[in-house]
Design a protein around this ligand. Structure first.
Ligand code: S3P
Length: 433
């Protein structure tokens, strides 16, 4: 398990185009595979999680061409019923989006498949998806009554259900919206707090039988999906690490370009504004996904509160927000974020433990944490616990440490952001001579 020693503060300068969006890259492969005909995408994220999705569809007979290192993807869609049983079980590594969304698609297929993953994925709760899919008619077996991978699913003959997405999970919603394409009747999903809406945008663009009635999503059996041709926006969740770094280091002036500005993803920007960050945002495209530029300049930050209503729009940014809040002046409070405990790791526990190890003052709460800002971190040895977003947050923390920070187990950044450490080095402004 490789570790890395980081030392020294720096401002962040330049123009940065983040890698392709992870959530959209997964869905690009899935919608491309299920469409009738050839789809083409550019700026596909060539990270382990998305490559697992790609390989899963290849193993089910879909022809996919990826120009390696270029993010150009060409998919020969075989239609909603065109997948074939794979020769062996499908391994999905660390990827929660792959396994949960695939379950929704496989619920509509008439063959049996077993889905497996690494130790983190195998300990994440799947009942949230498998229970409603079983109600729709899929047969699913797995440890603890289908709560943990390996999961064996046999689909077919689905009927619609009405489901309240109380966890505000985009993965659960998306799995059921996929299954709804194969089900008799109207599958209705109620969402009181909106989660990321990429699935809805893909359904509309592909001509699915889908509509929204206020906060209820309605999908009906669909005969065919049309192929798509589009550029995948830059991932806001990856850019978030450098937005955070620049917003809190004196002299920084960083322009993030071609980044997703989907409002269901950018809740972090509102929090940063409340903290006193200097941000200028310009939208350059609205459809199929909002894209634009974010200019970040260094400022002094103060503490803020984040509560339940905002959580879905910044769920993946909480580790980096906790890092910033640990250094901001005054107190911060995060509540209503119990979902963080069932991510790749328990991110409340891992971030509180790591930031306290570096000299932060954080107190764990069942659904979040209380944070008292400190002027800077000491140095020390911390660990990602195998979680990519924890590793990257700790790298940003090192910019505000008196002495070196050793981060153990950094290889996990490959799951979502393989070029993170390279980009981190490149964007650090060299000291003027
Ligand atoms: C995702 C949804 C979120 C997010 C994950 C990606 C998606 O998970 O944390 O990184 O692409 O649908 P939940 O649905 O568990 O909130």
């Amino acid at each position: 398990m490789p570790s890395l020693v980081l030392q020294g503060s720096s401002s962040f300068k330049g123009i940065y185009c983040p890698p392709g969006d992870k959530s959209i890259s997964h869905r690009a492969v899935m919608f491309g595979a299920l469409a009738e005909g050839e789809s083409r995408f550019t700026h596909f994220l060539e990270a382990e999680d998305c490559l697992h999705t790609l390989q899963a569809f290849e193993s089910m007979g879909i022809k996919i061409n990826l120009n390696p290192g270029k993010g150009e993807l060409q998919i020969q869609g075989a239609g909603l019923q065109g997948l074939h049983a794979p020769k062996r079980e499908i391994y999905l590594g660390n990827s929660g989006t792959s396994i949960r969304l695939l379950l929704g698609i496989l619920a509509g297929q008439r063959f049996e498949v077993t889905l497996t993953g690494d130790s983190s994925l195998s300990s994440r709760p799947m009942k949230r998806v498998t229970e409603p899919l079983k109600k729709m008619g899929a047969q699913i077996k797995g440890r603890d009554n289908g709560n943990f991978a390996p999961l064996t699913i046999r689909g077919g003959n689905l009927k619609s259900i009405t489901f309240d997405n109380k966890l505000s999970s985009a993965q659960v919603k998306s799995a059921l919206l996929f299954a709804g394409l194969f089900a008799e009747g109207e599958t209705r999903i109620l969402e009181s707090l909106p989660s990321r809406d990429h699935q809805e945008r893909f359904l509309r663009a592909s001509g699915a039988n889908f509509r929204r009635e206020k906060n209820v999503l309605v999908v009906e059996k669909t005969a065919a999906l049309t192929p798509l041709c589009t550029e995948i926006p830059g991932d806001f969740s990856s850019a978030a690490f450098f937005i955070a770094a620049a917003s809190f280091t004196k002299g920084s002036d960083l322009l993030i370009d071609k980044v997703s500005l989907n409002p269901t993803r950018t809740g972090m920007l509102q929090v940063l504004r409340r903290m006193g960050a200097s941000l200028e945002v310009e939208k350059t495209q609205e459809l199929p996904e909002p894209i634009g530029k974010i200019r970040v300049r260094g400022a002094s930050l103060k503490g803020a509160r984040i509560s339940r209503d905002e959580i879905p729009s910044l769920i993946d940014e909480l580790p980096i927000l906790m890092t910033l809040m640990a250094l901001a002046e005054g107190e911060s409070l995060i509540s209503g974020a119990e979902e963080l405990r069932v991510k790749e790791t328990d991110r409340i526990l891992s971030m509180v433990t790591n930031l306290n190890e570096l000299g932060g003052k954080l107190k764990e709460l069942p659904d979040g944490c209380m944070i008292e800002g400190v002027k800077g971190f000491r140095g020390g040895k911390v660990t990602s616990f195998g979680d990519h977003r924890t590793a990257m947050s700790l790298a940003i923390a090192s910019l505000h440490a008196e002495s070196s920070v050793e981060i153990e187990d950094i290889d996990c950044v490959k799951t979502s952001f393989p070029s993170f450490f390279e980009d981190f080095d490149r964007l650090k402004a060299r000291p003027e001579k």
